[in-house]
Design a protein around this ligand. Structure first.
Ligand code: NAI
Length: 480
């Protein structure tokens, strides 16, 4: 391939280290490697411009290079200001065939520790190819790229960008600024862009929620594939992934002993269940908060105390939010915590922990222990330790989920992108799940690597169950 036209990463000289880790990851990502072998010769993504906004890690590097191996022209940003692994970003720009002096990989705009302004600048670059055109499809994680396009179209139709945002988050203000500039220089940019986008494949629970909300409001502009709710995504990445990466983040950030501590996990969904196992595995005493009676009952039957935050606020040593909801731990809660209690979030956005409120507490002092680890000292002299400024701590303080589980998630992503391009007539405006046979295919691709031998279903058994011998083996309503 030719040289990379444009990119912005922290340090291109980190590429050789990144390449070595990518090679280690490839061995641990059998699904992605199998898809390269299966679809490489057909090139189903040939010439397709794919824009990805998803944590720029080593695992994501293997996804990017898989999409490129199937023919795609890929641009990438991270979907979080702290989640980029700079050696991964550098290696993707250099590419498997390039050198640091002559990079030949993909255009990446991502570095660890972006400001929010830089984050939205990167997202603008993501959507603008060197010839001025936009993407043919999006890979999104949390929906920020999709959100920018949709807001752009809305304000272009209105001919103006509102002077203040409906929510007062810094993100929203920055999006409005970006769109104000865009409207002034090219008033139909996003409208034209949206027309040529065939769809988005969305990675996470929060992003999928946004897609369903957009569709319900009649505002969705293209197809959305809900990758999160493939069983081989949410029941694996969200659960087993966090089981691995939550304590990794806590350990690298604080190295505090987890055994014996009282850990409070807010939310007992897929991520919450993994978080609880992670902490219990270290010997913590774990309690859970929930709003959903089904998940609360599950937690109780799993042997956990289901409590109100206010009842454990003064006793908890470690507080972890996993809800995907807002306003879970407020400043007044943090004021009541014991000295050096650790507070962190693994839900997608940074509004689970009230960081804005914390900064406004009279007399509070913020002391940086190291990047992404802050002591907040209250006027009465007691402190709490906040990880990754309230953003995803497993990616901010550690390196996110390990390769093997991400192979499962990203195999779904790759298959979803292939679906969009090869079966366009089946994916009009709407939000879709991948068919179950593809979910089963992803699982199948990972079995031999974990030494699992699948029992073949006999013809007679298949008839007895009323399923095909080759699957799908379960009805769509089955919950696993
Ligand atoms: P989920 O919907 O399965 O679980 C969230 C749970 O939180 C639900 O059971 C809900 O009832 C509960 N909840 C909501 N409001 C609550 C409140 N006020 N108090 C207590 N509990 C409350 O969603 P899932 O898949 O577990 O995802 C959770 C979040 O984690 C999302 O933001 C998702 O995008 C993110 N995520 C993060 C990952 C990471 O690597 N850090 C990986 C995968 C997902």
């Amino acid at each position: 391939g030719g040289s990379v036209a444009d990119f912005k990463v922290a340090d291109l000289s980190l590429a050789p280290f990144g390449r070595k880790e990518i090679q280690l990851a490839e061995q641990e990502m059998p699904g992605l490697m199998a898809l390269r072998r299966e679809y490489g010769p057909q090139q189903p993504l040939a010439g397709k411009k794919i824009a990805g906004s998803l944590h720029m890690t080593i695992q994501t590097a293997v996804l990017i290079e898989t999409l490129a191996a199937l023919g795609a022209d890929v641009r990438w940003v991270s979907c979080n200001i702290f989640s980029t692994q700079d050696h991964a970003a550098a290696a993707v720009v250099v590419g498997p065939e390039g050198t640091v002096d002559n990079p030949k990989g993909s255009s990446v705009f991502a570095w660890k520790g972006e400001t929010l302004e830089e984050y939205w600048w990167c997202t603008e670059q993501l959507l603008t190819w060197p010839d001025g055109s936009g993407p043919d499809s999006i890979v999104d994680d949390g929906g920020d790229a999709t959100l920018l396009v949709h807001m752009g179209v809305e304000y272009e139709a209105a001919g103006a960008v509102p002077s203040s945002a409906e929510d007062d988050s810094d993100d929203h203000k920055l999006i409005l600024e970006s769109l104000r500039r865009s409207l002034a220089s090219s008033p139909t940019r996003y409208t034209d862009m949206a027309k040529s986008i065939i769809g988005v494949t969305e990675e996470t629970t929060n992003g999928v929620n946004r897609l369903y909300q957009l569709h319900k409001a009649g505002k969705l502009l293209f197809a959305g594939i809900n990758v999160n709710d493939s069983v081989t995504k949410s029941k694996f990445d969200n659960k087993y992934g966090i089981r691995h990466s939550l304590i990794d983040g806590i350990n690298r950030a604080t190295d505090v002993m987890i055994a014996g501590k009282l850990a409070v996990v807010c939310g007992y969904g897929d991520v919450g269940k993994g978080a609880v196992e992670s902490l219990r595995g270290q010997g913590a005493r774990v309690v859970v908060t929930e709003i959903d009676p089904i998940c609360a009952l599950q937690a109780a039957m799993d042997g956990l105390n289901v409590v109100l935050l206010e009842d454990v606020i003064a006793d908890g040593d470690i507080f972890i939010t996993t809800t995907g909801n807002r306003d879970i731990i407020m400043a007044e809660d943090m004021a009541k915590m014991k000295h050096n209690a650790v507070v962190g979030n693994v839900g997608h956005f940074d509004n689970e922990i009230d960081m804005a409120g914390l900064a406004k507490v009279p007399g509070i002092e913020r002391i940086e222990i190291k990047p992404q680890v802050h002591e907040w000292k209250f006027a009465d002299g007691h402190s709490i330790i906040v990880l990754s400024e309230g953003r995803l701590l497993n990616l901010g303080n550690a390196t996110g989920h390990p390769s093997f589980v991400m192979s499962s998630s990203f195999s779904n992503q790759t298959i979803a992108q292939i679906e969009l391009y090869t079966k366009r007539e089946e994916y009009g405006v709407g939000v879709y799940m991948l068919p179950k046979h593809l979910d089963e295919k992803v699982a199948r691709m990972h079995l031999s690597a974990v030494g699992a031998k699948l029992t073949p279903l006999t013809k007679v058994q298949a008839e007895y169950l009323g399923v095909d011998e080759n699957g799908p083996y379960k009805p769509d309503h089955y919950r696993y």
